[in-house]
Design a protein around this ligand. Sequence first.
Ligand code: ZN
Length: 435
Amino acid sequence: MAVLDGEDEVAGLCSDLIRIDSTNAGDNAGPGERAAAEYVAGKLAEVGLEPRILESDDRRANVIARIPGEDSSRDALLLHGHLDVVPFDADDWTRHPLSGEIADGCVWGRGAVDMKNMDAMILAVVRQRLSEGRRPPRDVVLAFTADEESGGAYGAQWLVENHKDLFDGCTEAIGEVGGFSVSLDEARRLYLIETAEKGIAWMRLTAHGRAGHGSMLNTKNAITELAEAVGRIGRYEWPVRLTQTVKTFLAEMSEALALELDLDDVEATMVKLGPLARMIGATLRNTANPTMLGGGYKANVIPQTATAYVDGRFLPGYEDEFFQTIDELLGPNVTREFVYHDIALETGFDGPLVRAMADALLAEDPGAVAVPYTLSGGTDLKAFSQLGMRGFGFAPLRLPADLDFSGMFHGVDERVPVDSLRFGVRVLDRFLDGC
Ligand SMILES: [Zn+2]
């Protein structure tokens, strides 16, 4: 087998994946992940692996492969990436989101950031290592999943429910969203490694009242009840709650910036984070945002019910407090039910695997400062955690200081610098040596 160069391959792999349409609008009516899965499986088979393509529904395809390690008696490591991407409006883009164009030093297109970049980096590093005959120190399971962007019912969640034997021995997992750099100054960059995720509570609220003529007295008006509950929830100021992850993040960052850290006023510290505060600021507290509102059908008819939707996100360890508060805000005449509900996650920023990530970053970027952070959203890790895995978001990228990376997740003109991908391949290679 010819030796392959992961750094040379990675941009092309990323571009190829972007050109394969795998948009997922959440309706199970899109192109599915089958074509992307076949591409990935082909690339893995070329270096001697025996990938399995597993379809949860027509064209909803996942790929799983196991790389035998030097010591298969050790616990295994899962590397996972999703193959689907969110939809786009091509008119808003400078370059077509399915072009995969490589221009201005970047790979462009939907998925360049979330997360065909990491899929390509995993493929590139695995292909290089296997073409050189270098096995990882322990078994590594690769999972390329369907449907992450809609909760994983056809992807990670389905795999966990139907094929958990494929993850035998996996105790740790590496996936999105983390490992990218945020410049502190010329010399130093924070690398945010995801160690926690907020939980998700999308809720439908229903107010029940007494229907009647709009001209008459009515003290049980569902619209009024609902509007008041929505107003209370929307205006509620959730208290700051510092989780272990956030405390460690703030301590590490303050040390790196030589800032005085005031835990009673963390929001002052947040201001210094620039665009990143959008991501980190939401991890200081639970949140609940009203997102949809409906009720009634005629101007002179008081309806019996009215409904609203709320997007709630709770911190690890604060789920009970979240629902207690929500129930108080709802009041007695408004009920709630889940549209979607998923757990919060948190693991410590310690142990050999964390050291392996930090060391790999430092070896490739002497100015690297690895810090843990909480993702305000969710990933496939929530599903894999049900198999007892401890997980991290670690898709390493050294980024230019002026690139608003976090703004490109699901954004317009999604693109990733080729140099960042090459950096990621080098870091992942070192990481796999040390895992
Ligand atoms: Zn993603």
